[in-house]
Design a protein around this ligand. Sequence first.
Ligand code: NAD
Ligand code: ZN
Length: 347
Amino acid sequence: MRAVVFEDYKTFPALKDVESPVPGAGEVLLKVAGAGACHSDVAIYDTFEEGMPGAQPPAFTLGHENSGWVEELGSGVSGFTKGDAYLVYGPYGCQRCQACSRGQDTYCENVAEVGSLGIGLGRDGGMAEYVVVPARNLVPLGDADPVNAAPLSDAGLTPYHAIKNSLDKLAKGGATALVIGLGGLGQLAVQMLKAMTGAEVIATDMKEDAMARAAQSGAKTVGGGPDQVAQIRDLTGGRGVDVALDFVGIAPTVGTAMASVAQGGRVTIVGIAGGKYTWDFFSTPYEAELTNTYWGTIQDLWEVVAMYRAGQLKPAVERFSMDDALDAYHKLQAGEISGRGVVVPHS
Ligand code: NAD
Ligand code: ZN
């Protein structure tokens, strides 16, 4: 079968012929419906070097945002019907620590022993015709479109987890939230904030088309430039935002988020770009918090799928055939994808 393979650090992935995988005990073979091209993959093949935090040794098939149809069951697996559509929970931990027991494999306490972070992150992912996944990592899609669902595995799950962790800040009248970076994750963050909270959503990006799409989802948009923070604060009556989500994570966007937050508000950095921020007692409003987050729990993913099936989430998807799979990454790096590029191997 064909697969998009991460062959070495600092090397653009290759479209290759590889052996079709065989499901082992407790695993299911999926015929891939869709595999999203996430900006984190660019870090894998372009930024990371051996030994860096998050780096996973090559070679493996990329694709940690996957959906597909059940093709074959490994030993000990039952209760699945061939042809049924599922979304894949990508993280995979030791399955016995406290974090894994609550479905939060992202924070597995024995990650070193597992040997990978998950599907498409150390072990073979779904940017291929077929992928093997642990049966427990499958969330049923029912009759919902599996191709458009693919980005929900990460571009949906990650903002959902971040927003859920900040609902305490948004559960009040007059709440406001800021979304910085309106790509694959940011667009879904806007849709989730609108569906899950009553907050006014303020959104910003360098790209006009990205801001236009966020405006269609109900956000007020603010461009970049020297008066960006002043404009954001104006929209909040001067108070600042209760929650800021930064899907870029470079020093200027972390700075914008911290300069825009209200007293007692929370800034969550999602973008993995290594931006530094210098804190001192008077640099931020009182009791404003700064945190990070990584992906989400399997329970969160069931809730994201429930939102999708209820029509509350509409991922904007640009489809690529297997022949054109590498173009999804070329266009992502060039900033030419609005929404999410999804490889559809069986179109
Ligand atoms: P993307 O390329 O689809 O979107 C990024 C968006 O940010 C683009 O619209 C771009 O125009 C915008 N942008 C870039 N620089 C900007 C700036 N200075 N100001 C405003 N907007 C700017 O990327 P994505 O797939 O949505 O991923 C976003 C980030 O989140 C990446 O860093 C990725 O690695 C990270 N990520 C983190 C997690 C996690 O668990 N923490 C999970 C998935 C992705
Ligand atoms: Zn664990």
